[in-house]
Structures are given as structure tokens and as C-alpha cells.
Design a binder for this molecule. Structure first.
Ligand SMILES: Nc1ncnc2c1ncn2[C@@H]1O[C@H](COP(=O)(O)OP(=O)(O)OP(=O)(O)O)[C@@H](O)[C@H]1O
Ligand SMILES: O=c1ccn([C@@H]2O[C@H](COP(=O)(O)O)[C@@H](O)[C@H]2O)c(=O)[nH]1
Length: 236
């Protein structure tokens, strides 16, 4: 039995590279999609936001000196590419997915319309929200918090490169320790960088919990959705 009726899953863009230097690794995206499929089979409605780090960080060198907003629009377009790849892989795996974009590129992707997205979820389709919030100076973590709140999900699941929230970045501080749970105020107060403060604050204000867990650990997503002990819970 799933612990949640509806979730917002934030997938790491950077993790999509697998062992490649940039871009989308085929085996990695197929594995991610199969994990999502297992959750849909439990009966949980799934909305997805995917980051853009795998593409955007590859072109970041070219954006040096660029106007910040322009560079951010490039980042949002990177998330559109990832969203299209994700939804197409879902199609190949026999799932029904719809991509909705926060910026208008109607020949390519359907625009984000909240009631339509809600309808898709109720119909059991996976909805992939592309182009972040549609605004520069934000991130896809904030987009996940925003769309999660709009969709009325019970929890935001951040599937990322580390297995939870640590006292410091575990990639830089090897003896950092992992929290089983932490409040939004503590995470913001300690400036823990696993998610940006805007996303934390939005979820706190909406009383929307976040679970941070590893995207690389097979079966972790399903365990989280079944309410099992996995990763770190961030709560009010
Ligand atoms: N206190 C902390 N606890 C856990 N991870 C942290 C912490 N501080 C920094 N990090 C880093 O935050 C990273 C996760 O955030 P980030 O948004 O960069 O990843 P992502 O979800 O893969 O992003 P994207 O989707 O943009 O590619 C982790 O890989 C980790 O190295
Ligand atoms: O609402 C948003 C979302 C994203 N961006 C830009 O895109 C890149 C990639 O997103 P990540 O969350 O880092 O994966 C981000 O760095 C921003 O430049 C944005 O401007 N607004």
C-alpha cells in the first residue's frame, strides 16, 4: 500500500548523465523511469520536475559574463530537453506521460495550465513540469515546491546524488552526518545547501514535507512512497 495518494518527484538533472561527462545517459534514464513506473503501479499519482544540471553545467562555460536572466532561460530550456526525454522514455516503457512547460513553446510542449495538469493526474497520467517556474533567478527545486503546492501533493520527494540531508555537504566534508529528520527552520538556519532556501521556505509555509533521498539507490523511491525508512524528512 502506498503511503501517499499524490507526490511531486524532483529528479536530479545532473544524475541523468550517469557516468558520462554531460547529457543524458540512456541506461540511467531508463532505470529512473522504471523506478517511477513501480510507484505508479502502487496507485500513487506522480508529478515530476527534473533539473537541468546535466545539460546546463555542460554549457555554463559559454555563459560566463552573460546576462544572468539570459543564462537562466538557457537553464530552463535545458529542463525542457530533459522533460521531453523523460516523457518519451516513459512512453517507450508503456507509461502515459504529459509534459507541460512554464514558458511558451507551444509547437514543442503543451503550456502549463493548472486545471489540465490536475485532470491528467486524476486520469493516472504522469505529468512532467518543464522549464522550472518560468522565471529567472529561481531553480527547479523551487519549481518542485511550487508545482507540488499547486497540485496539492502530500509530499515533495527530492531524488538526488546524496542519500539525505547532512550536517554539511557530504561531498566536501566526509565526516558530515546525516539527519533522519530536520525542521525547515533548522535547514534554513544552518544554510544547508541540499535545496535552496526559497524551496524550503515555500514548503514550510504550505506545510508541505520534503523527503531527500538517493536517486542512485535501487528501490529507494518505492520504499519512500511506501512510507519506509529512507533518506531525510524535512518538516515543519
Ligand atoms: N547539507 C547538505 N546535505 C546534503 N547534500 C548537500 C548539503 N549541502 C550541499 N549538498 C549538495 O547538494 C547536492 C544536491 O543538490 P543539487 O540541487 O545540486 O542537486 P540536484 O538535485 O542533482 O540538482 P540538478 O537537478 O540541478 O542537477 C548534493 O549532491 C550535495 O553534494
Ligand atoms: O525556475 C527556474 C528553474 C531553473 N532555472 C535555471 O535553470 C537552471 C537549471 O535548473 P537546476 O535547478 O539548477 O537544475 C538553473 O541553474 C537556473 O539557471 C531558472 O532560472 N528558473
Amino acid at each position: 500500500m502506498p503511503a501517499y495518494k499524490r507526490i511531486l518527484l524532483k529528479l536530479s538533472g545532473e544524475a541523468l548523465m550517469g557516468d558520462d561527462a554531460y547529457g543524458i545517459n540512456r541506461a540511467t534514464i531508463v532505470r529512473m523511469v522504471q523506478e517511477v513506473q513501480e510507484v505508479t503501479r502502487l496507485g500513487t499519482e506522480v508529478a515530476v520536475v527534473i533539473g537541468g544540471g546535466n545539460i546546463f553545467r555542460g554549457v555554463a562555460g559559454g555563459s560566463v559574463g552573460m546576462d544572468r536572466a539570459t543564462a537562466d532561460y538557457m537553464g530552463m530550456l535545458a529542463t525542457v530537453m530533459n522533460s521531453l526525454a523523460l516523457a518519451d522514455t516513459m512512453r517507450q516503457e508503456g507509461m502515459v506521460a504529459r509534459v507541460m512547460s512554464a514558458i511558451s513553446i507551444e509547437q514543442v510542449v503543451e503550456p502549463y495550465v493548472r486545471p489540465k495538469a490536475l485532470q491528467y493526474l486524476e486520469e493516472g497520467k504522469v505529468v512532467v513540469f518543464a522549464a522550472g517556474t518560468g522565471n529567472p533567478f529561481f531553480t527547479t527545486d523551487t519549481a518542485a515546491a511550487l508545482r507540488g503546492a499547486e497540485m496539492g501533493v502530500e509530499i515533495v520527494l527530492k531524488a538526488t546524488k546524496v542519500d539525505g540531508v547532512y550536517t554539511a555537504d557530504p561531498k566536501k566534508v566526509p565526516d558530515a552526518t546525516r539527519y533522519t529528520s530536520i525542521t525547515f527552520d533548522e535547514a534554513i538556519g544552518k544554510n544547508l545547501q541540499v535545496m535552496d532556501a526559497t524551496a524550503f521556505a515555500l514548503c514550510r509555509d504550505q506545510n508541505l514535507p520534503i523527503k531527500v533521498f538517493s536517486i542512485f539507490k535501487p528501490g529507494a523511491l518505492k520504499r519512500v512512497v511506501q512510507g519506509e525508512d529512507e533518506g531525510t524528512l524535512v518538516h515543519v
